[in-house]
Structures are given as C-alpha cells and as structure tokens.
Design a protein around this ligand. Structure first.
Ligand code: GLO
Ligand code: MG
Length: 343
C-alpha cells in the first residue's frame, strides 16, 4: 500500500507524435482515459484549461464555466479529484513569442485571459491550484527580450492572477529549456526567489518535475528537498530523463534508479502529501508503443514508485547513521547499492 495519492494528466496518454514524425496511434477518448486512470490507481487528474473546455477560445466566460461544471459532475461520478488546472500557453499562434512575456501587448492580454479562465475552470472543478509551466517564457534569440523587464512582466501577470481570486495558489513548474532556448525561470531556486517578489509569496510555490531538474544538470531529489525546507513543494511530476538532451518524460526511475530512490526517500522522510498534495506523474509512452498498450508506462511508473517506497521502508536508518558517524561513506553507498539491487 502506498502512502501517496497519485495524479496524472490526459496528455500522458498520447498519439506518439514527436518533433520528427506525426501521430502514430489513434486518439483515445477523454472519458475513457479518465475511467482507465481510476482503474489503474490514480485518484487525481491534472488538467490543462483546454483539456476541460476544448474550444474555449470561442466561448464566453459563462459558457466556459458551465462546460467545466459538466466535467466536475463526471469526475464526481468516477470519484476522481481535479489536482490542478494549467493554462496551455504554448499551442496558440498568439503565444509563439511566449504568453506573459511576449513582446506583443495583445498576446500578453490573451495569455492573461487564458490564465483567468483557468482560474474560473479550477474553481468549477473544486481545486485552488493553478500550475504554470512557463513553456515559452524565455528567448529563442537572447537579445529579443530584456531579462529584467521580462521577469517584471511575469510578476505583473502573476500578481494579476493572485488579485483575480484571493483563494488560488500558483504552482510554477520550472524547466530550463525546450521549447525555448533560455528560460526566465529555469529551476525551483528561481521559482522560490521569484515567488518572494510577488504580491503574496504565501500563495506562490513550486511543482518540481524530475526530468526538468535533470535537464538543468541538477538532482531532482535535492531540488525537492530545497522546496520542502521552504514548505513550497506543492506538486511533483515524477518521470525520468537520460541526461541533458531532448525532453524525454520517461517512466519514473528507468534511467536513474538511485536518484528515483532518493526522490521517494525525501518525499517520504519529510511527509510530502500530508497537506493533501498529490504525487503526480508526467510520463510519455515511447513512440514504438502499440495503441493497446498506451497505459503501460503509467502502470510501470506507479509500480516503480511503490517498489521504491518498500525499499525506503526497509532502509535501516540506524545503519545509515552509524556509517555517517564513522564517516564511512563507501560503506553507506554499498549498503544503498545492495538495497537497490536486492541483496
Ligand atoms: C513539459 C511539461 C508539461 C507540463 C504540463 C502541465 O515539459 O512538463 O507537460 O507539466 O503542461 O502544465
Ligand atoms: Mg511536467
């Protein structure tokens, strides 16, 4: 039995397109995905605004709210909770230069409209969490945006969201690059510093994705620890990544098993989840996967989390402490290796 409750987003079951090739699997209907998520063991769903209301750009605020209300009924029927809503600010041509930091005032206005609608949708779904993955908030050409002015624009947008609804919390999900070259908020350290410059730092925290930390050359477990000490780890996207290359969203633990163990350890040791936080996955199936096996990466990731929870439970802390006191870190490391390798 896991100590955690798990969440997943509908985009985690996808059609397999990548930068070099189109869809390779048929689309799985949204309703079916939700049912299947529940069956596999998820109790929370992560949503983009337009996962909830597909053609939202063409609808009024009232229509958007009422469509979100309909989904809430369906979630209730399935006994699923909405974890968060994230405005999808990277698909529309109006966000080609970024949303909140675009050089075009009308693009920035559009981004803020989507952010406000995401808040409306979140309220309808019964969650107070808004996730901002700042996909294109950075540069492709370093001189295209002034870094100081851009971060100020970002702060103004976040202050506007905080003022729009006094009950929402904003979880910033940092990523150092992709799709942009240089991100304005590349790591959780940046998130927490930036949070302090907003009008209400107590409502701005972090969502740490394992692969994004690896892309920044950092250890996800230590990045989680950094947020935990500030009580700002409000969400995680567990997955994996083979070093600094294209964003891979591999199943949790399949590349860096020791780091995965340490992620589960830090979350367990510091009672992550005790304020209702979900352990979220953000994983993609390989492009080679068949339609029938479209959910396998999710099942595998959950299984790996649970196996690592058992390893963490089996860790003999007095032995760890003894090695620490003796400063015999070679012995400590070998103990961890034996634990992970099943000795
Ligand atoms: C991409 C991000 C993305 C976000 C999701 C929620 O690299 O990880 O999948 O997590 O859109 O905002
Ligand atoms: Mg993510």
């Amino acid at each position: 039995m896991s100590k955690f409750k798990f969440s997943v987003g509908p985009w985690n079951v996808h059609e397999g397109a990548d930068a070099f090739g189109p869809d390779i699997r048929a689309s799985i209907p949204f309703d079916y995905k939700l049912k299947k998520f529940k069956e596999i063991g998820f109790s929370g769903i992560q949503f983009h605004d337009d996962d909830v209301v597909t053609d939202m750009n063409d609808l009024t605020e009232e229509q958007i709210k009422s469509r979100a209300g309909e989904l809430k009924d369906y979630l209730d029927d399935l006994k699923l909770e909405a974890e968060f809503v994230a405005p999808r600010l990277w698909l529309d041509p109006r966000t080609a230069d970024g949303g909140f930091t675009s050089n075009s005032a009308s693009d920035r206005e559009f981004a803020l409209w989507r952010a406000y609608r995401s808040i409306d949708i979140a309220k309808q779904l019964g969650t107070d969490r808004i996730v901002l993955w700042l996909a294109r908030e950075g540069t492709l050409c370093a001189e295209s945006k002034d870094p100081v002015e851009s971060i100020d624009k970002l702060r103004q947008a976040i202050d506007a969201m905080l003022a729009y609804d006094p009950s929402i919390k904003i979880l910033i999900e940092p990523k150092p690059n992709e799709p942009i070259d240089r991100s304005f908020i590349p790591t959780v350290g940046h998130v927490l510093g930036f949070a302090n410059s907003t009008s209400d730092p107590s409502r701005v925290g972090a969502l740490l994705e394992s692969a994004h930390a690896v892309l920044a050359g950092l250890d996800p477990a230590f990045e989680m620890g950094y947020c935990l000490v500030h009580q700002k780890l409000w969400g995680v996207h567990l997955n994996d990544q083979n070093s600094i290359r294209y964003d891979q969203d591999k199943s949790f633990g399949v590349e860096n098993i020791r780091s995965a163990f340490n992620q589960i350890k830090v979350l367990t040791d510091h009672q992550y989840g005790s304020n209702g936080e979900f352990v979220g996955l953000d994983v993609k199936a390989m492009r080679t996967q068949s339609l029938e096996k479209s959910f396998q990466h999710l099942e595998n990731s959950l299984k790996i989390v649970k196996l690592l929870e058992e390893k963490v439970a089996r860790l003999d802390t007095s032995r760890v402490n003894k090695y620490r006191e003796m400063r015999n870190y070679e012995a400590l490391e070998m103990y961890i290796m034996e634990l992970l390798l099943g000795e």
